[in-house]
Design a protein. Structure first.
Length: 136
């Protein structure tokens, strides 16, 4: 399961594995208070894209397209595969710093990961089915 949560909200038991998906550490947040399990800068938007977007909701559709292109890069793909595998085993919460809960990179990233998992689900089912057939 993939969830998103602001970095300034308290951690909860249902968060599972908490992953900060920002290039910069959130302002004013002490690392000891953040309860972050992993910091994945490699899946965050580039500095250039982040500056261009400026959290302007009118630019969000274009931001989404540009960010999706960045997520297709080799380093991001490898990290996304790891996150998708972890999410298949339990809860993963993508932690972000933006104030806007609907127009931010974590929203795009969560949707991207859900599509990635859905696309890979038939292959996983086939592999499990084959493994069961082989054992029988």
């Amino acid at each position: 399961m993939i969830r998103i949560k602001r970095a300034y909200e308290p951690a909860s038991g249902g968060d599972g594995h908490r992953v900060l998906v920002e290039r910069l550490w959130p302002r004013g947040l002490r690392k000891a208070d953040a309860h972050i399990d992993e910091w994945r800068k490699d899946v965050a938007p580039s500095h250039e894209l982040r500056r261009w977007f400026g959290h302007d909701p009118e630019r969000f559709d274009e931001f989404r397209e540009r960010y999706e292109r960045e997520l297709r890069s080799a380093p991001a793909r490898a990290a996304l595969t790891q996150l998708a595998r972890r999410a298949a085993r339990g809860a993963v919460t993508l932690v972000y710093a933006a104030h806007d809960e609907r127009h931010n990179s974590a929203v795009v990233l969560a949707q991207h990961l859900r599509r990635h998992r859905a696309r890979d689900a038939p292959a996983r089912k086939l592999a499990v089915s084959r493994a069961r057939t082989t054992r029988a």
